[in-house]
Write a protein that binds this ligand. Structure first.
Ligand code: NAD
Length: 274
């Protein structure tokens, strides 16, 4: 498994991980267990997914040494002014004594508390409770504000990113500032995208599925990806993307698939408290 270096001293994140949004807690244990058996070492959850306990049970049952796993969870919007307590609750639910990566889930700019939240994450990092800290759904202005008013540059920004919504400007900003790009809904949630005739054709060319073609495109762009599936075959299929290469023409064909339309909410205005 490829890993990428975070801007935090020496910390590496597996480039492909397993996302568990919309996996109910009682199914998370089995799904994450299957993923770990298939070779995934990185798991992406969040307080808002209500499955941290199921993820924790899978991690405990896996028998894989803790230091070989990379566990991410996220601070929810209504916890921006009590991040340290929310962190401890997540850690307890996961059954862990440290976290690999803690993210602010959304900036929720209308409540204007994300700078305060980031300062708490900086404290957690300095206290050694978490190996790396980052953000999710941050825009260029919200990232700039953190960089101007705080000490630590976020190590990663987890954002909506797939062939139909490619985030070129934000990716360039990340690259210029040493921030890794992590793609959520990397498969565009499967809806329609994976039936695209161009992806089907590339799949035939490389003897891979459209999902594998899309995940390989992310890998070659340098993104971290966290595809989700509850199906054992797809869980295995989605990690089997390290034995082929898309050529420049293939990359350009996928690069031309952008519609500029998001699936999820616009982070500039999203302030749902859950
Ligand atoms: P995704 O792009 O990973 O798509 C998942 C869906 O695609 C599955 O439910 C299934 O229907 C289909 N699929 C998966 N593998 C397939 C395959 N091999 N062939 C055909 N269809 C396949 O979407 P996602 O779950 O929205 O995103 C992945 C992860 O990103 C989440 O689980 C979560 O961890 C994270 N996420 C984060 C945020 C955020 O705000 N930070 C938002 C959404 C998702």
């Amino acid at each position: 498994m490829n890993s990428l270096l975070l801007n935090t001293d020496g910390v590496q994140i597996p480039q492909l991980g397993f996302g568990v949004w919309q996996v109910p807690d009682d199914e998370a244990e089995q799904a994450v267990g299957l993923a770990i058996e298939a070779g995934y070492t990185s798991i992406d959850t969040a307080k808002l997914y209500f499955n941290e306990e199921g993820v924790g049970r899978a991690v405990a049952r896996s028998g894989v040494p803790r230091e070989k796993l990379f566990i991410t969870t996220k601070l929810w919007n209504d916890d921006h002014d009590r991040a340290e307590a929310a962190f401890e609750t997540s850690l307890r639910k996961l059954g862990l004594d440290y976290l690999d990566l803690y993210l602010i889930h959304w900036p929720a700019p209308s409540q204007d508390k994300y700078v305060q939240a980031w300062k708490s994450l900086e404290r957690l990092y300095k206290d050694g409770r978490v190996r790396a800290i980052g953000v999710s759904n941050f825009t260029i202005p919200t990232l700039e504000r953190l960089m101007n008013e705080c000490e630590i540059v976020p190590s990663i920004n987890q954002i909506e990113l797939h062939p139909q919504f490619q985030q070129k400007e934000l990716r360039a900003f990340h690259e210029a500032n040493g921030i890794l790009t992590e793609a959520w809904s990397p498969l565009g949630q499967g809806k329609g995208l994976l039936d695209d005739p161009g992806l089907v054709k590339l799949g035939m060319k490389h003897a891979k599925t459209p999902a594998q073609i899309v995940l390989r495109w992310h890998i070659q762009l340098g993104n971290v990806v966290i595809p989700k599936s509850a199906t054992p075959e797809r869980i295995r299929e989605n990690i089997d993307v390290f034995d082929f290469t898309l050529d420049a023409e293939d990359m350009a064909a996928i690069g031309a698939m952008s519609t500029g339309r998001r699936i999820g909410p616009d982070p500039a205005t999203f302030d749902w408290m859950g």
